[in-house]
Design a protein around this ligand. Structure first.
Ligand code: ATP
Ligand code: MG
Length: 230
């Protein structure tokens, strides 16, 4: 396996079920261009998180294949996969630690400049800089309280600090104010051309500027297009 340089994702004839006879995804064909911004929407239970789990290699599909930069997903070495892929989970966690540690996660290869750049890209630098001790301010349990939306932005900074070629985001479902939701969308849009972004969205405003919006219904692709086309 080679390193992941471009972040092109191809999904061919994908089928997956957790239990035999109960397909969750069926005959799915998708192509995500390198550096494009893809939004995934669909009602609850339509298979959005399942698709993300397959892309993250948490499960293996029973049929079809997924390739990244032309390599079969399961043949990409763990180290190459980890360094190329970032995840912003639906319910991000904060450690009881400084803002800096929450972004770098103790990874020694991340410089102060890279950490700040990631925070700027995630649109959380202004907030963290303005805290009493700036990036040394304790967050999480016993520290400064942050909202769900701010947690998600910090998790985005954490993911971007690793300079991923592909960023997966599972948008938080609760407690995000419309200002923060717009910031998430702007941050993702600004990554266009550099990072392939695949974002599960619960709000259309987050993916308004996506290059491609995939609509899932019961594990089938039902529509695909840009926000203007759908
Ligand atoms: P939501 O918008 O509520 O997050 P979703 O589109 O992410 O929904 P999935 O979580 O992918 O939907 O679920 C798709 C289907 O697979 C649902 O019917 C769900 O009950 C089922 N499912 C999800 N996870 C599992 C699991 N670990 N084991 C068995 N079935 C599961
Ligand atoms: Mg889900």
């Amino acid at each position: 396996g080679r390193r992941i340089e471009a972040g092109e994702i191809r999904i061919e004839h994908l089928a997956f079920s957790y239990q035999p006879g109960r397909p969750v995804l069926e005959r799915l064909n998708l192509h995500f261009e390198p550096g494009s911004f893809v939004g995934i929407v669909g009602h609850t239970g339509s298979g959005k998180s399942t698709l993300l789990s397959l892309l993250l290699r948490f499960y293996a599909p029973q049929q079809g294949r997924i390739t990244i930069d032309g390599q079969a997903l399961d043949s990409v070495p763990d180290e190459a996969f980890r360094s190329a892929v970032g995840l912003v989970p639906q319910e991000p966690y904060l450690m009881a630690a400084s803002a800096r540690e929450n972004i770098t996660m103790g990874r020694p290869d991340i410089s102060e400049a890279q950490m700040r750049e990631a925070a700027r890209a995630a649109r959380i630098d202004d907030f963290l800089s303005a805290l009493p001790q700036g990036y040394d301010t304790l967050l999480g349990e016993g520290g400064t309280r942050v909202s769900t939306g701010q947690k998600q932005l910090i998790a985005m900074a954490r993911a971007l600090a690793g300079a991923p070629k592909i960023l997966f985001l599972d948008e938080a479902t609760s407690n995000i104010d419309s200002a923060t939701e717009q910031i998430v969308g702007e941050a993702l849009t600004a990554l266009r051309g550099r990072v392939t972004v695949v974002a599960i969205a619960h709000r259309l405003s987050t993916i308004r500027d996506a290059d491609q919006i995939v609509v899932l219904n019961h594990g089938h692709l039902v529509e695909r297009g840009s926000h203007g086309e759908l």
